[in-house]
Structures are given as C-alpha cells and as structure tokens.
Design a protein around this ligand. Sequence first.
Ligand code: GRF
Length: 208
Amino acid sequence: MLKVGVLVSGGGTNLQAILDKKAAGYLPECEFVSVVASKPGVYALERAANFGIPGTVICKKDYASQDEYDKALVEHFTEKGVGLIVLAGFLTILGKTFMDAFEGRIINVHPALIPSFCGKGFYGLKPHEKALEYGVKVTGATVHFVELEADAGPIILQKAVYIKEDDTAETLQKRVMKEAEWEILPEAIKLFSEDKLKLEGRIVKISD
Ligand code: GRF
C-alpha cells in the first residue's frame, strides 16, 4: 500500500476529487495518511476530516528559514511513512531539502498546459486571465513531477479544455478544474501507485 500525503493551501476541491475517487474504489493501492495545510482555517482541512484523514497545519512563518521549514515537513511525512507527496493547490515554496528527501515522489497539478501560462506567480486566476488575454483556443491542466524550478518538472498527464467565446477567467477556472484537474490528478496518483510511471530523462513513460 502506498502512503500518500497531501499539501494544500485553499479550498481543496482537488483534494475532494481525490478522496471521492478513493471512496469509490478507484485508488485501491493508496492510503491517504496526512493532509498538511500551509495556514490554519483552510477548508481543505475540513474536507480531510470528513474522510477521517488527519490534518496538520505547518506554517512557513513559524520557522527561521526555508531549510527549517523543509525539515519540519520532511520529518512529518517521514514519520507517517509517506511514499508520495501530492501538491493539491499548495502555494508555499518548497526548498531543496524537501525536494531531495522526496525526489521523484512529489507531484503537482497546474491549471494550464505547461509550458504555457506557468511559472512564478501563475496561480489562482492568473493562468486563466493570461490564456484569455493571449487568445489561445485551448487550455487545460497538467500533472507533473515537482522540481525546484516552478512548474518545470517532467510532465505526467495533460488534459485539454476548449475555451468558449464568452469565458471569463472565473468560468474558465471552474471548467478547467472540473474537466481536467479533477480527472488527471487522481489518475496520476493511481498510475504512480501502480508503479506505471518511468522516467527517461525528462520524459515520463507510462506502462500499461
Ligand atoms: C487549482 O487550480 C490548482 O491547479 C492550483 O490551485 C488550485 C487549487 O484549488 N494549483 P483547490 O484548493 O484544489 O480547490
């Protein structure tokens, strides 16, 4: 059984999608052992509690440095025996200590088709605003392995979403979540748990 830890910062709809799939029997190889929030009071913690999953708050501002913060997270997830870290709307920067401890075992979902509309500052509505501003006809979501550089790690799955003429950043954000993020994040977790993801350089090969 793969023990999974999830990091969240907000509403937690991606967390909800994962836990709903787990409840429906879609992730038999996964056990969700901890949800860690970057600040207190986030709704994602309530969603975790509804599924009986322990929630913890670990705030960067309570630590003297990036390294101390990373160490606190590593210690927490190591104690829980976590083999996969899922960033599900997690907005705090993670440092080298954290990356090294869980190398190749951290995944993130980004609300655009990387390498478009990604990188530093591209969170919340911004990827959608920029996609509309640029006039692309297709956007979507990406699940990728996490490396130190934002949104730059090997791509695991992508799903496209067509843009409508009357889309606003808000309507687009909702559709990208519903049609893409909530589908491909659980799928990537499932593939990882079944040991079906193999890295060849920066290419992720998916086996049957
Ligand atoms: C999602 O759009 C995710 O791709 C991004 O942050 C948002 C989080 O939403 N990284 P939620 O907290 O899962 O509802």
